[in-house]
Design a protein around this ligand. Structure first.
Ligand code: ASP
Length: 463
């Protein structure tokens, strides 16, 4: 017999079915035993009587079982209006235990208690946490969001390209994770902070429209809500200016809301646009919360922030650093290269998308003229030989004919969290790290056997 999912049963009254899943809960009522069986679709009540009551009484929550039985209508008061399958129940004719289960460390069948079980415990036993319908719904939402974004972009002639994970430094300026190379003693790969350089090289490669659901890595001091690895929807386009990117982002996001979270509503379309200076003057924030009703869980207030400054003073380093990254184009390249404007006053072709007070995307039009790029290096005080060492491959590529290009990257973890209505991005990541960057599930980071370190030419300093 083929397997039936629990939510298919209401249309199968009178029929014999085979169900497989987990025992969600279990209760005895005189000579009858009831369980709620949980599978990927939801829950269904199963009744065991007569000879099956005793074996059914032996099973415990989270056992994996196979049940055959008849779908019977629950009449009148017997029906459970709170359960999508509450109009029926299964009268079991056989019960097979496929796997027994220990008592879980928190109550999977009680959403509230499980959610409050303590994050460390939930992360250590994430595979149990994920059995909760709420967690499953978040994974499904995330999958639907990815699918909508992917379909939209493919429909606009974008090509999905995978870029390297083992690579050389990227320019966003965060500290990188380093990976020793066994075959080249003393040499290292780093993990990408973003596919920034690769996507620009793809534009030199004539791809014209690129996207990727890309994992990015940043070895920063953990600030509660940051993850050492996170996911961006990364986009780059050739022969475009700011307006094209903003237009694409707005259409893509509007389509996403309509397709995936139709109960939510966008408070202002077209998305309002504010310059950085206006946003700071008016809201003291470059990601203002423009919701009309902050108590409405379904309101989505998007806005674009444009015209960021090109450089800012780094307080810690006491020197100018790029606000975005050093491939971002100034607004007026002629004025910029002429030096008529002080570097601090230069405006960039840089834009962010904010949602309900959070930054959900950011990008820029890139420099494609070597004089402009050289001027940026000069202002940042990067000597020729250092620029050559760090970015020589980019400059060389650009010397072979580069289209004007620009892009944007959407912070998927934050976007999914906002659409799921949760504050913490860890709630929408299947297997996240803790706030301080540990993985209690796998036990990472961890020490390594001496042999493995020797192979990688590593000697650990005694602190
Ligand atoms: N790579 C940039 C970032 O991670 C986004 C972009 O400019 O496209 O912020």
């Amino acid at each position: 017999m083929q397997r039936t999912l629990s939510t298919e049963t209401p249309k199968l009254v009178g029929q014999e079915v085979k169900l497989q899943g987990w025992v969600h809960n279990h209760r005895r009522l005189g000579k009858m035993v009831f369980i709620d069986l949980r599978d990927r679709s939801g829950l269904i009540q199963v009744l065991f009587m007569d000879a099956l009551a005793e074996p059914a009484n032996q099973i415990r929550p989270e056992y994996v079982v196979e049940i055959t039985g008849t779908v019977v209508e629950r009449k009148g008061k017997g029906a459970n209006p709170n359960l999508p399958t509450g109009s029926v129940e299964i009268h079991a004719s056989s019960l097979t235990v496929l796997s027994t289960a220990m008592t879980p460390p928190f109550e999977i069948n009680n959403e509230e208690k499980a959610a409050n079980a303590g994050e460390e415990l939930r992360l250590e036993y994430r595979y149990l946490d994920l059995r909760r319908p709420t967690m499953r719904q978040r994974l499904v939402l995330r999958s639907n969001i990815n699918a909508s974004l992917r379909n939209f972009l493919r429909g606009q002639d974008f090509v999905e390209v995978e870029t390297p994970i083992l690579t050389k430094g990227t320019p966003e300026g965060a500290r990188e994770y380093i990976v020793p190379s066994r075959n080249f003693p003393g040499k290292f790969y780093v993990l990408p902070q973003s596919p920034q350089q690769f996507k620009q090289l793809l534009m030199v490669g004539g791809v014209e429209r690129y996207f990727q659901i890309a994992r990015c890595f940043r070895d920063e001091d953990q600030r509660g809500d940051r993850q050492p690895e996170f996911t961006q929807l990364d986009i780059e386009m050739s022969f475009v200016d700011e307006e094209d990117l903003l237009d694409l982002a707005e259409k893509m996001i509007t389509n996403l809301v309509k397709e995936v979270v139709p109960d939510k509503h966008i408070s202002q379309s077209p998305f309002p646009r504010l310059t950085y200076a206006d946003a700071m003057a008016k809201y003291k924030s470059d990601k203002p919360d423009l919701r009309q009703d902050k108590n409405d869980p379904n309101e989505l207030a998007f806005c674009f922030i444009t015209d960021f400054p090109l450089f800012e003073m780094s307080e810690s380093e006491k020197r100018l650093v790029p606000v975005h990254h050093l491939f971002t184009s100034p607004k007026d390249t002629q004025v910029f290269t002429s030096g008529a404007t002080k570097p601090e006053d230069c405006i960039a072709k840089q834009y962010d998308l904010a949602l309900n007070g959070f930054e959900v995307a950011g990008g820029s039009i890139r420099i494609h003229e070597s004089v402009v790029q050289q001027k940026v290096f000069d202002i940042l005080g990067i000597p020729k030989d250092e620029a050559e060492l760090r970015f020589g491959h980019m400059l060389k590529a650009f010397s072979f004919g580069v289209p004007p290009h620009g892009g944007i990257a959407v912070g998927l973890d934050r976007l999914v969290a906002l659409l799921a209505g949760v504050e913490n991005i860890r709630e929408v990541i299947a297997m996240p790290k803790t706030g301080d960057g540990r993985d209690p599930l796998m036990g990472a980071p961890s020490t390594l056997p001496k042999q493995q370190l020797d192979d990688a030419h590593i000697q650990v300093k005694k602190e």
